[in-house]
Design a protein around this ligand. Structure first.
Ligand SMILES: Cc1cc2nc3c(=O)[nH]c(=O)nc-3n(C[C@H](O)[C@H](O)[C@H](O)COP(=O)(O)OP(=O)(O)OC[C@H]3O[C@@H](n4cnc5c(N)ncnc54)[C@H](O)[C@@H]3O)c2cc1C
Ligand code: SF4
Ligand code: SF4
Length: 348
């Protein structure tokens, strides 16, 4: 039986924990917050008359498996401040609620401390956008999560008003060097399309347009197609947003139409800003403590010799991934740990 520490109790850490515990290992999850689940805890089911396959359901099953496993222990409000030892026998110095102690005899350590939403970075919160008619995607996710039954006679989704038109702005916090993210975040096309469908379902008359800058692998092409948008009466405009003007009645988005090259404008009463996936700043600490490399954007770089060092990386700590991608990455990491153990036992 190996003793394994998993740092981070998001989907990545929890999936690895379930797989490793099921194989008979003792797993300790070290979570800095007071809950497990990570970023997805604030998202809502995006089913309309049908399931839109956002994959959030997968999370409930994993959390249930964690709760029912006798081999998994969770330390909440805990951080790591020291790492020592040698391969196969590591010690972590940890701090829980101000109390310091050590966890010894760790055969493997999995780092699964996830990502930071663009809205959480200071640079990603323009003062100009302090208006309840301009929402971050994660704010709309939360409103969708908290939606109530129609029968109550109140607004189904509590936005404070019923929007007549909505504009989704794609690629915000992604694919832009000024925002320190030249990459595609791979998830925002999908979650915005699903949230647009939820709004359409509850406000059938609402006029919805998705403003996108470019088509990129992992974006519209992979997740949804233009015909999906058209079928659901969701407009799609290829443009570069230039400026948002606010007045008492509505918002006016000025944009450069990529097809005509002309500056145009559209009036709307709700703007939803997509949020890119950014590196968690704790990655720099991990790079120092565990002798790892970080890439140009601050994500941890996959370690080629994970089996030799016993330090593994799982999930979005390495870069953008959706829930399904995160789960499959973590299952793969757990498989490799189980295999590494078998090899070392057989002297291979
Ligand atoms: C607005 C938005 C909507 C999304 N909607 C969808 C969707 O509908 N479908 C979909 O498939 N994907 C969606 N995603 C992507 C999804 O959030 C990720 O795929 C998923 O959260 C990745 O899980 P993770 O465990 O890698 O990271 P996280 O969710 O970031 O979890 C990391 C965990 O590590 C903990 N942690 C961090 N630092 C430390 C530390 N120093 N010590 C200990 N613990 C630490 C955190 O508290 C957290 O519990 C969305 C993303 C965004 C931004
Ligand atoms: S949570 Fe997502 S996957 Fe589950 S029913 Fe709702 S829309 Fe479908
Ligand atoms: S997933 Fe879509 S919205 Fe997000 S960065 Fe990629 S192309 Fe842009």
């Amino acid at each position: 039986m190996s003793k394994i520490a998993i740092v981070g109790g998001g989907i990545a850490g929890l999936t690895a924990a379930v797989e490793l515990a099921a194989a008979g290992n003792r797993v300790l999850i070290i979570e800095k917050g007071s809950e497990i689940g990570g970023n997805v805890e604030s998202y809502g089911c995006k089913a309309v008359d049908i399931c839109t396959k956002c994959n959030l359901c997968l999370v409930d099953d994993i959390i249930n498996d964690v709760s029912s496993s006798k081999n998994i222990e969770i330390l909440y409000r805990t951080s790591i401040n020291d790492f020592r030892g040698k391969t196969g026998d590591y010690t972590l110095g940890i701090e829980t609620d101000g109390e310091l102690y050590s966890v010894d005899n760790l055969e493997y350590i999995v780092l699964a401390t996830g990502f930071t939403k663009w809205s959480e970075l200071e640079t990603g919160t323009p003062e100009a956008f302090k208006d309840n008619r301009i929402l971050w995607a994660s704010e709309l996710e939360e409103s969708i999560k908290n939606r109530i039954d129609r029968e109550n006679g109140q607004d189904v989704i509590d936005l404070g008003y019923s929007p007549e038109s909505v504009v989704f702005i794609q690629c915000n916090g992604s694919r832009n060097m000024q925002e320190k993210a030249r990459y595609c975040s791979r998830i925002c096309c999908g979650y915005n399309y699903r949230m647009a469908r939820v709004l359409k379902h509850y406000y059938p008359e609402v006029d919805i347009n998705m403003f996108y800058m470019d088509i990129q692998e992992g974006g519209f092409i992979q997740d949804i197609s233009f015909s999906d948008l058209a079928e659901n009466d969701i407009g799609c405009i290829n443009c570069k947003p230039v400026r948002i003007e606010k007045n008492d009645n509505n918002l006016i988005l000025h944009y450069e139409n990529q097809l005509t090259g002309k500056t145009e404008s559209i009036a709307t009463d709700l703007i939803v800003l997509s949020e890119g996936v950014h590196a968690n700043e704790v990655n720099e600490k991990w790079a120092d403590l565990f002798n790892l490399q970080i890439d140009d954007y601050g994500f941890l770089m996959p370690i080629e010799s994970e089996e030799q060092t016993g330090i593994f990386l799982a999930g979005t700590v390495k870069g953008p991934k959706d829930i399904a991608g995160t789960i499959s990455d973590s299952k793969n990491i757990a498989y490799r740990i189980k295999n590494a153990r078998n090899l070392s036992k057989s002297g291979g």
